[in-house]
Design a protein around this ligand. Structure first.
Ligand code: C5P
Length: 214
């Protein structure tokens, strides 16, 4: 079997990132949180005062993105998530960033045995042939509470609320290009009433069933 590819999609705060990090660590998968690419572009555009609907200007900035900058903690702010979701509606930008994500998947070398990507359109558009697709969801109220706990834990002086989470979900679900939808062959995990450990265990079992036997 070639490199294992795991695709994780779902709305904000559902637990995708936590599950992706868990699987990445335990199964030696190289992780790409694809939302960070949209966040980095939104953040840079904001810094350079480029209007968020000026696609040629955004494309120009997109060509300068460096994966090393994905570690910048500022990208984790909910306000940057909102910028990301505004620029994520443009097909040219999606196509460009999708190319970068696919190159990431082709560039896997030992000790990694594959790649794991989390986002909104990984199972449907970026990696339609992924060996395992998970769609992680949870009740919106629970998701907004989790995001707030996460921001407090990160020391951010910022909180979100149900209205803001719903606004981002609506934009992500209703855009014309690559909206957030569950792939037909994805496994659904609703984490509303699950602990982190329970959610990770379900995801691990599904991945174990997918991995090549050695
Ligand atoms: O996952 P995260 O919250 O970091 O994503 C930020 C925003 O980036 C999302 O709300 C979405 O609009 C956009 N995004 C996307 N496609 C992806 C990943 C993120 O449109 N594959």
């Amino acid at each position: 079997m070639s490199n294992v590819i795991v695709a994780i999609d779902g709305p904000a705060g559902a637990g995708k990132g936590t599950i992706a990090r868990h699987l990445a660590t335990y199964y030696r998968l190289k992780l790409l949180e694809t939302g960070l690419l949209y966040r980095l572009l939104g953040h840079k555009a904001n810094e350079e005062k480029a209007p968020l609907d000026n696609v040629p200007a955004l494309m120009q900035i997109a060509t300068t993105l460096d994966f090393k900058d994905l570690d910048n903690p500022i990208l984790r702010h909910e306000s940057v998530g909102n910028l990301a979701s505004q620029i994520g509606v443009f097909p040219e930008i999606r196509q460009f960033l999708t190319g970068a994500m696919r190159r990431f998947c082709q560039d896997i070398v030992p000790p990694y045995q594959g790649a794991i990507l989390d986002g909104r359109d990984i199972g449907t558009v970026v990696c339609p042939d992924a060996h395992l697709k998970l769609f992680i969801t949870a009740d919106a109220k629970v998701r907004s509470q989790r995001r707030n706990l996460e921001m407090t834990a990160n020391g951010f002086d910022e909180q979100t609320n149900l209205a803001k989470i719903n606004e981002r979900d609506q934009r992500d679900q209703n855009r014309a290009t690559a909206p957030l939808i569950m792939a037909d062959d994805a496994h659904l995990i609703d984490t509303t009433n699950l602990s982190i450990e329970q959610a990770c265990e379900i995801a691990s079992k599904l991945l174990e069933q997918t991995l090549p036997r050695t």
